[in-house]
Design a protein around this ligand. Structure first.
Ligand code: GLV
Ligand code: GLV
Length: 309
């Protein structure tokens, strides 16, 4: 069963290779769940895979997620019931890192504001206000995983200074901050790319954003839940936080009206970090390869750590 509309080419391949049931297109999804419950072996796509949902399928063997973040799969439940889970890491590292740098350039150099400035004829009346450089500035990366490293590589090429906060110190040439508030105080840009879920909920708190301060730029390409969204809105409105570039939100696809109205210091994207044809194809292929490996009794390619043997 595929839970949601993933890349169309991926859906097509799944249809060709498996007995596929498309939950999001079912006229009556509850009925489909009831009908499949006694026999279903694999859930593909991910999303909404909480314990209540997973418990409906006693024969379930695998949850194959489309995406690197698997915060919408209850992996503790999976572990307890011998269900394995896979995600699609690595193939999207460069894409998400590109999105992150794009959001940074759009906020610091006001590229979206500049676009509007030209279209609205404001240029004819005088030059656009000056913007902020990123060369020589310090970027604090929250979550130095594989995507975080790809962002660090890019920011280094932009001649930025890199520091990071992570659960554990890594063998990297960047300064490590065990304390997030301390890091936020010292950086110009806070780059958030830490996994979502209960552990990181509202990790980017009011205190962290206040420490980042009136000239600070917050970029979030992780999960909306990682940031205290209401605190962020308050601080952006009152000028206590400089700017934000956001690809993710607490209640997607709902975006708070307050963010929509802040057109000068906020840049918004509709959760498109990995959304290119090539990368979505690669993510889909990896999901399919994991499902095939499972049915062939071979080792899974990218099993999430929590459900490993
Ligand atoms: C996208 O957000 C992903 O987790 O791959
Ligand atoms: C985290 O940043 C990852 O790529 O898993």
């Amino acid at each position: 069963m595929l839970t949601r509309a993933v890349y169309p080419g991926t859906v097509k391949t799944l249809e060709e290779e498996f007995n596929l049931h498309k939950l999001w297109l079912a006229p009556d999804p509850d009925k489909m769940v009831v009908e499949l419950a006694p026999t279903l072996r694999v859930i593909a796509g991910g999303y909404g895979c909480n314990a209540d949902f997973l418990a409906k399928f006693p024969k379930l063997e695998l949850v194959a997620n489309f995406g690197v973040g698997y915060d919408t799969i209850d992996v503790q439940y999976c572990k307890k019931h011998g269900i394995r889970a896979t995600n699609s890491p690595d193939v999207l590292n460069d894409e998400v890192a590109d999105t992150a740098m794009g959001l940074l350039l759009c906020t610091a150099r006001q590229l979206v504001v500049g676009d509007r400035f030209v279209r609205e004829g404001k240029w004819l009346k005088g030059p656009m206000p000056l913007t902020t450089n990123i060369t020589g500035k310090t970027m604090g990366i929250v979550g130095l995983g594989r995507i975080g490293q790809a962002i660090a590589d890019r920011a280094t090429a932009f001649k930025m200074n890199i520091v990071y906060h992570n659960r554990s110190k890594k063998d990297v040439p960047y300064k490590y901050y065990p304390n997030l508030v301390d890091m936020a105080r010292d950086v110009d840009v806070l780059m958030v790319i830490i996994p979502g879920g209960a552990e990181t909920s509202k990790l980017i708190s009011r205190e962290v954003m206040e420490a980042l301060g009136p000239t600070g730029i917050l970029i979030n390409v992780a999960r909306g839940t990682v940031v205290d969204e209401q605190a962020m809105i308050d601080l952006l409105k009152s000028g206590k936080l400089g700017a934000a570039g956001l690809d993710v939100f607490e209640k997607e696809p709902q975006v708070p009206q307050a963010l929509i109205e802040m057109t000068e210091n906020v840049v918004l994207q509709p959760h498109v970090g990995s959304a290119t044809h090539a990368t979505r194809t690669a993510m889909g292929q990896l999901m399919i390869d994991n499902i095939k490996a499972h049915f062939a009794g071979k080792p899974l390619l990218t099993e999430v750590p929590e459900t490993k043997g």
